[in-house]
Design a protein around this ligand. Sequence first.
Ligand SMILES: *Cc1c(COP(=O)(O)O)cnc(C)c1O
Length: 474
Amino acid sequence: MRYISTRGQAPALNFEDVLLAGLATDGGLYVPENLPRFTMEEIASWAGLPYHELAFRVMRPFVTGSIPDADFKKILEETYSTGPDGVFAHNAVAPLRQLNGNEWVLELFHGPTLAFKDFALQLLGRLLDHVLAKRGERVVIMGATSGDTGSAAIEGCRRCDNVDIFILHPHERVSDVQRRQMTSILGENIHNIAIEGNFDDCQEMVKASFADQAFLKGTRLVAVNSINWARIMAQIVYYFHAALQLGGPARSVAFSVPTGNFGDIFAGYLARNMGLPISQLIVATNRNDILHRFMSGNRYDKDTLHHSLSPSMDIMVSSNFERLLFDLHGRNGLAVAELMNSFKATGKLSVEEDRWIEARRLFDSLAVDDEETCRTIAEVFKNTTEVLDPHTAIGVRAARECRRSLDTPMVILGTAHPVKFPEAVEKAGIGKLLELPKHLFDLHEREERSTVLPNDIKAVQGFVSSHGNRGKPL
Ligand SMILES: *Cc1c(COP(=O)(O)O)cnc(C)c1O
């Protein structure tokens, strides 16, 4: 399988190189040159497969030529393992829970860090280690986090022999649970850096480090944010998994997806283009509603950042949206490059009417504010005794407002465990004490390790180059 850039000017790469690449050299994002397509018979024959076997069938075409079948199978079996020593704490890996007649939550929060990002980052860490061992290379990962991505990336890489990971978080500005989920994972290749600044400062320093890598002395720098193709790829699987349990592919299914960077929902769009009957995809945003403004009115205009009770969706622009634009423009990279350049200059973007109408055939959208989020958490708790996390609650609200057909099963992606976001749950007036799941019961007693650094790129890069080789200098 070959991968091409959404801006048409970078060399095509194979899977292995895309895994290590990050952004393409022309500033675009990598996408498969040809999307695999499965027949209905093929998809139907996968009903009842364990998660890791389904994952093998769905993802195999994306890695052929780079990862041998036997190795890939073994990696997937490990990644999506369950049981006492398994990675996922639920036997079904991604169980479906019924909320209402024909309305379901797909619980994607039974992984080690209690959010859906584990599905991709547990795989990414193992794939990286496999490819790097074969090449005899080591890499450095740098990422900035305001919460979920950092802990999932660290958990995913903690056992990687060939990776040193540096995660920057704003000092004293992430929640207690989220910080502990990062800093209590100890290992000589794990480096938590608390920056005396805010999240944007962290992100700027990571960006600047990608732009000028001299401080790495030749070691390759890898990105773990959702522009990494392997993350999208891993997320395609659970759309198949959910649909197969609800009568698919004979019956079509609708999904409502809490969305920030358009990564998770883009995976659903790909699942549909690979042959899975999906009749509707709902983009569910919080007040940071650039995607809703596009879907509802063809206006993708940059706004200021609003802090919300669903912080993992607090974004100003959605990095993966460019991948959808590429398809909407007949995969014309130059047209996308032009659009993105003008967006960079003006902060505004809209597409030709017929292209927007094409998008609207599949996508609907809703923006949900904090107040409505809490109301939804309270309403669902009252009717079902289920406690939703604020991101999932936004998905439920959007599903209920935007649903096209009551006969079609509606699946809301449950993106996080409510214990990660106690503020929203408390504001919803739910007195029920949320308990940490079994594997994290002693989180608050665990030893923490992190380094506080000033908001200064030289200090950060100096730290990376003096610790980037299993804690030793590069
Ligand atoms: C990251 C995250 C999201 C948003 O996912 P995108 O792929 O960026 O759209 C939603 N909910 C939770 C809990 C997250 O951690």
